[in-house]
Every structure is written in C-alpha cells, then in structure tokens.
Design a protein around this ligand. Structure first.
Ligand SMILES: Cc1ncc(COP(=O)(O)O)c(C=O)c1O
Length: 383
C-alpha cells in the first residue's frame, strides 16, 4: 500500500469516529424532526454533536449550522450574507479556496465588485494589504485561516479588528486549520467560519458554518426549516454524529497531534534542505504543523507526482489540471512565485498516523527520483 501523505485533500475516518457512527447507520431509523422516541433519540445525538463541534472552536452550540461540508459552508457565508442587498463591494484574499472564489465570481456576475486582497511573498495577508482592499461600500470580506496548499496561517484576529473598526463582517474558512492548531471563534473575532469534517478524521459530506448570532443570513436551501431555517433538509445524522466525535477527539488530542505532526514536518524539511534544488514555499511564515509545499527546480510537479506514486507515496501538487493543461497554482502566483517554479509544486500533508520511517523513506524516494531523471527530460515528459 502506498504511504498516504495527502491529508489536506482528505483524512481517513478515525476508527473511533466510525464506531460512533455505526449505531446510526445500522440501528433504527432516526429523524430529528419526528415526535416519537426515535426522533427524540436523534435530537439528543444532534445536540451532543453540536456541543462537540462548538467546543472544538470555542463557539456556542447555537452558533453551529450543520451543512454538507466546507464548500456549502463557504457558499452559505458569501451568498447568504449578500442575498437581498443592493450590490456593493466584496473583499477576499487572492489565496482563497475555490469554494470561496467561485461564489464570489458568481456575485461579480450579479453586480458586485470584487477586491482581491494581496499577500506578501510568504503568503501572508497583512493589515496593510487588507486596508488597501477595503472601501466605503465594502459589505463583506473573506480571509482563510490556513491555506490548503502552503499551510500558511493568517493573523485573522488582527484582520478582524481592522474590519470591526469599519463594521464590515469577516468570513474565515478554517477548514484546514480546525483539528490541526487551536482555533477560537471568539478570539478570532470573525462573524462566520467554515469547518469540514473530512479534514479532521471525520466523514466526508458534512461540515458546519459557525455563525455569530448578530449576523443576518439568508438560507441557500429552503424547506423543512432545519438548522434554524438556515439549512433545510433532513439531517445527515450519522455524518453529523461522526463530525461531533471527530471534533471531540481532535480537541482531546490536539496538543499531541500538533507536536507529532510538527516533528515529522521538521524532519522532512531538514531532509529537503539537503537537496539544493528544492524550494519550500511559505517557509518563513507561520504554517500548519502538517503541510510542506515545495518545488524542485527544473522539475514539473506532475512528473514528480507520478514518479513518487510509482515509488509508493501518495502526494499532491499545487497546480490545478484543467482539461490536460497545467496551470500554476493561484496561491503561488499571488505570492509572486515564477510560473516555471509554481508548476513544479508538490504538496506533502502529513497525518496523525504517519511515522518517522515513512517521512525518511519519502525523502529517500524523492532524492532517488530527482537523481534518476535529468531535469530537462522531466519537464519534457510533462509537456
Ligand atoms: C480551505 C478549504 N476550504 C474548503 C474546502 C472544501 O471542503 P469540502 O471538501 O468539505 O467541501 C477545502 C477542501 O478541499 C479546503 O481545503
């Protein structure tokens, strides 16, 4: 079996999460909207999961809106807060995930003006960058907490303070941060925050939007009125219970996980530093403990990915592959990384089950792959 080093894409389901979900998958039917005892049991399970998720990020249970995942949460935050308003300006960082960028582009087609917030060469949004993107009629801003490609963290609390002075709400996509580093909804001072269960050893297809009580939000889905009318539809109860269990485990094990991941990450970067042709992106910035995005000068990322796959390592790149044409990552482009180098991006995202041995053998395999293919050929192979 290949060594899985792609945990920012998705994490395996934790055995204890599966255990928590099993009674809901194989047990009696349970709809939280029903009056009978099965319904009551479902409501109890929902309440508990809501408390567990809220506790992970220091929010009130009443501030958690369960959704189908990070993508829906980001859409709800952006489209739900702008709905019904006369179009104004929306500011978002250049390095946001597609699930923030795409709904913003849709808003742009419907009269909104989008101001893209720059980042510095390390991938950080400074308060100066944010200030430059804010205008008198800016209605909403979005800055993610941790970038999925580079792992670079933003000083969201400082940005939220600047927003607060102007009374502009800040949406924060914390899908990659939650479960890897401490995240405190209150301390960050943001108005809405996105979470996704499958980034923290929970199931796919479930997430949450954390919504400050003062935020006015219109639903994307209307119907039975679940989730305070903000997200109608019968709950994905097993998924939500799994999310709750995963959040509880993440909270309980956070310090241990963070320490383990950072140790492995540092060992990997030590080995990478011995390869003169390797460049690590965002290395000078505060980053997630599990993520290393790098490029090997002269090598196309896709070539490295395929070769590493052959050697038994599952990693990802940073560039999106659209209809066979490689495009450099918009995140690296925003950081001013030259296109040739950005096309060489490889992302390693470690998980709690990875070992020292796996990291060392990955570094050995990379060295072998680089030594085997002359760089010019590696580039050609990808053309
Ligand atoms: C930063 C970020 N936001 C949002 C998402 C989307 O989450 P989901 O896969 O739950 O829709 C992802 C996952 O790819 C992500 O990395």
């Amino acid at each position: 079996v290949p060594v899985y080093l792609d945990h920012n894409a998705t994490t395996p389901l934790h055995p204890q999460v599966l255990e928590a979900m099993m009674p809901l998958l194989s047990g009696p039917p349970a709809n939280g909207s029903s009056v009978h005892r099965y319904g009551r049991a479902a409501r109890g399970a929902l309440d508990r999961a809501r408390e567990q998720v809220a506790a992970l990020i220091g929010a009130e249970p009443g501030e958690i809106i369960f959704t189908s995942g990070g993508t829906e949460s980001n859409n709800l935050a952006l489209l739900g807060q702008t709905a019904g308003q006369t179009p104004g300006r929306l500011a978002l960082s250049r390095i946001e995930h597609e699930s923030v960028l795409q709904p913003s582009l849709w808003l742009a087609e419907h009269g909104w003006t989008i101001d893209l917030i720059d980042v510095d060469s390390h991938g950080r949004v400074t308060t100066e960058h944010l200030r430059a993107a804010l205008h008198a009629d800016t209605r909403l801003t979005a800055v993610m907490l941790a970038n999925n490609q580079t792992g670079v963290l933003q000083d969201v609390a400082a940005l939220a303070e600047l927003n607060a002075e102007r009374g502009v709400p800040l949406h924060c996509d914390a899908a990659q941060a939650a479960g890897k580093i401490p995240v405190d909804f209150r301390a960050l001072g943001v108005q809405t925050m996105t979470l996704s269960a499958h980034k923290l050893y929970g199931p796919q297809g479930v997430g949450a939007l954390v919504v400050d009580k003062r935020v006015e939000l219109a639903p994307l889905l209307r119907g039975g009125g679940q989730e305070r009318g903000l997200r109608s539809g019968t709950h994905n109860l097993a998924g939500i219970v799994g999310f709750g269990a995963a959040a509880q485990l993440a909270a309980d094990e956070l310090a241990r996980r963070e320490h383990h991941l950072r140790r492995l990450r540092d060992a990997l970067e030590q080995r990478l530093s011995e390869l003169p042709s390797v460049v690590v992106f965002g290395q000078a910035a505060a980053r997630l403990p599990n993520t290393v995005q790098f490029a090997v000068r002269g090598f196309a990322g896709e070539t490295l990915l395929m070769q590493l796959d052959r050697e038994g390592f599952a990693v990802s790149s940073g560039s999106a592959c659209h209809s066979g044409v490689n495009e450099p990552s918009h995140v690296l482009a925003a950081m001013g990384v030259p296109t040739e180098l950005a096309l060489g991006a490889v992302r390693v995202s470690l998980g709690i089950d990875n070992t020292d041995n796996e990291v060392q053998s990955f570094a050995d395999a990379l060295r072998k792959v680089i030594g085997r293919i002359p760089a010019a050929v590696a580039l050609l192979a990808d053309a």
